[in-house]
Each structure stands twice: as structure tokens, then as C-alpha cells.
Design a binder for this molecule. Structure first.
Ligand code: NI
Length: 185
């Protein structure tokens, strides 16, 4: 089921998300809905706060990029209660966007690699190292679980330049090809 994406200005995007366990209601359906919603909005990653839930659940699927980057073939993961244990490597800047911030793209500096612990969709414990673009996607989605958005990482000058775009999103004056929920409705 395709769910509306919560946009900038909705409070849930600023909450610190909480861990869940296997008793969480309808979790399988929820995970399937998150993938549906992500594919429907042409996203490559989605965190639960973006569908209005303050829980530590994120999904990503980079397969759509595999024509240009064969290494992303089948790179699809569900992460529950993820904890980044360490970040390492050089700081790299690259343009990011976010389904919750339609029309905004800004360069964000992040570290090259991460080591992360999480539970997969079957609640199996995993610990993995990711580098490069995958590590960036995970850090972006992980930020959502901490109530952080990519625009929090940009300079005050850049933030000033996108101020009117941000206030339009808050007012619901934004065009999207996917379903959205704004703070004004
Ligand atoms: Ni995002």
C-alpha cells in the first residue's frame, strides 16, 4: 500500500525514533508498505518517520541505479533498530535530496564509511561495513531516525538561500508526483 510521505514541517520528522521489537503490530505489512511507498515516489531510501511513525526502521534499494553502477545490483536492505558504531574515512561532499524536502538538492559532506549494527527483516542481528554511496544513503536515512534532515548539514548561507522553498513546503505550496502530508493539512 502506497502511503503519503510526511514533508518538512511535520513534527514526526524532528522526533528521535524509538526501537521496536517483534511484537510491533503488523510489522510485515508495514515493511511492505514502506517499499511500496518508496518505489511509488521514485526514492532509493525511506525511513519510518517519513511515513509518520517514530520508530527505528529504514529501508533502501539501490537496484534502480544498477544500469549505471553494476555494483548496486540487488543492494536492498531493511534495517531495524540500526546503530552506527563508527564512521571512518575521508569526508566526501555530494548532492543529496529527500522525499520529505521536494525540490531541494544540496551538497552534503559525510564520512566515506560506516560500521553499523542492525536487525534485518527477520530480526537477525547483523554488523556490516559500508562505504561510498551506500554508506551515504544509510547515513541519510539514519539521520531521519535521529530527527535530523540533510539540510541541517548545510551552511547558514545555503540555508538562507532555500528559506522560501522551505516555507512553501511548510505551507503545502509544493508539487509532488507522490502523495504527501504537510504540516498545514
Ligand atoms: Ni530523506
Amino acid at each position: 500500500m502506497n502511503l503519503p510521505i510526511y514533508l518538512y514541517g511535520t513534527q514526526v520528522l524532528r522526533k528521535v525514533a524509538q526501537p521496536i521489537d517483534q511484537t510491533y503490530a503488523n510489522l510485515e505489512k508495514l515493511m511492505a508498505d514502506m517499499y511500496d511507498t518508496m518505489y511509488n515516489s521514485d526514492g532509493i531510501g525511506l525511513a519510518a518517520p517519513q511515513i509518520g511513525l517514530d520508530i527505528r526502521l529504514l529501508v533502501f534499494d539501490l537496484d534502480v541505479m544498477s544500469d549505471d553502477f553494476p555494483e548496486y545490483k540487488g543492494v536492498k536492505k531493511t534495517m531495524i533498530n540500526a546503530q552506527i558504531i563508527e564512521t571512518f574515512g575521508e569526508e566526501v561532499s555530494r548532492e543529496e535530496g529527500c522525499l520529505s524536502l521536494p525540490g531541494i538538492h544540496e551538497s552534503v559532506t559525510r564520512q566515506e564509511g560506516i560500521r553499523i549494527k542492525y536487525l534485518d527483516e527477520n530480526f537477525q542481528e547483523k554488523e556490516e561495513v559500508f562505504e561510498g554511496f551506500i554508506a551515504r544513503v544509510i547515513q541519510h536515512e539514519y539521520d531521519h531516525l535521529e530527527g535530523v534532515l540533510f539540510i541541517d548539514h548545510i551552511s547558514p548561507i545555503r540555508k538562507q538561500l532555500i528559506k522560501s522553498k522551505l516555507s512553501n513546503i511548510i505551507k503545502g505550496k509544493v508539487r509532488c508526483h507522490y502523495r504527501t502530508k504537510t504540516s498545514s493539512k
